[in-house]
Write a protein that binds this ligand. Structure first.
Ligand SMILES: [Zn+2]
Ligand SMILES: [Zn+2]
Length: 309
């Protein structure tokens, strides 16, 4: 299984267009520290790719990864898109893919319904020639636009979470899912929105060979402390990394060999590698994902090779 981080920031990215916090300002002056909104490209064969979450940055993400370049005359190696939730920064990149002849999309039923109710421009994706498949506890084969399997299966596991603000932030089943991707030899867990440390999430953290976990906020009151908002981390559908019931304490000793935090908000102190927060994450055996990070889980030895950019 080949894995590439297309983006590692929470909604707004780094820098966020209207934000002059220390991290955003630093990223404005230093292109290397910029982050696009969180997304992952996954492939069983290195040829046909499943995109986990389609961000509004997807056009730049496709340009930045040569494996996603189209073949003549107009054939994209992007076979399918799986969505963890209906947030604008996770799903509205579909609008950028509107020229697709046919696209296979995978999400929970709730995510599909919230998206189609909230954005009529997405409705063509729910009709032929496209196909929108519902995921849940049972594994579903990922097929490309012609219906051929691409060598991956996906499941959606309960991770708590809320529907997006444009839908009222409702606490309903299937509002967000942890995406479990399996190629028959390895398990990858992609969970950028974790509202609760549920039993299925604990189980998959223990089993997965690679994990990308919600690293949106370091602390519960991160936004109010920085005078950038009033809602807490949990009120926004994200368990913070630190503190009582934070994901770092809950996930100690659980993750697979590759343990990453992703979907990092521009307010999160872990962005600075010299911060105490970044050190605490490293000491616990986790890595803050960066755009361009790539690695493979090999079938032969179960070993991995990888690197950044
Ligand atoms: Zn997001
Ligand atoms: Zn900022």
């Amino acid at each position: 299984m080949h894995i590439r981080v297309l983006g590692s920031a929470a909604g707004g990215g780094l820098p966020q267009w209207n934000c002059a916090c220390a991290h955003c300002n630093a990223a404005r002056s230093k292109a290397q520290s910029r982050r696009l909104q969180a997304s992952l490209a996954v492939s069983a064969d290195g040829e046909r790719w499943l995109i986990a979450n389609a961000t509004p940055d997807i056009r730049h993400q496709i340009l930045a990864f040569e494996k996603l370049a189209p073949q003549p005359p107009r054939r994209s190696p992007i076979s399918a898109v799986v969505l963890s939730d209906a947030n604008i920064d996770h799903a509205f990149g579909l609008l950028e893919l509107r020229q697709a002849d046919r696209l296979s999309i995978y999400s929970t039923e709730t995510v599909r319904d919230v998206l189609l109710a909230g954005c009529s421009a997405l409705r063509p994706f729910a009709k032929p020639p496209h196909s929108w498949h519902i995921i849940g506890d049972s594994p579903v084969h990922v097929n490309d636009a012609s219906g051929l399997p691409v060598g991956l299966r996906v499941r959606g596991i309960d991770v708590g979470g809320l529907t997006p603000q444009y839908d009222g932030g409702r606490d309903v089943a299937g509002a967000a899912a942890g995406i479990l991707i399996n190629d028959g030899a390895h398990r990858l867990l992609y969970a950028p929105c974790v509202g609760a440390m549920t039993d299925p999430l604990r189980r998959e953290l223990a089993l997965a060979d690679a994990v990308f976990l919600d690293g949106t906020f370091w602390a519960e009151h991160e936004l109010s402390v920085q005078a950038l908002g009033t809602r807490t981390s949990r009120q926004m559908g994200h368990l913070p990394i630190s503190g009582d019931g934070g994901t770092l304490s809950a996930a100690v000793g659980l993750g697979g060999k590759h343990r990453y935090y992703t979907h990092v908000n521009n307010t999160n102190p872990v962005i600075d590698p010299g911060s105490d927060a970044a050190r605490a994450v490293r000491d616990a055996g986790w890595i803050i994902a960066e755009d361009g990070l790539a690695f493979s889980l090999s079938k032969e030895a179960g070993s991995a090779a990888g690197g950044r950019r």
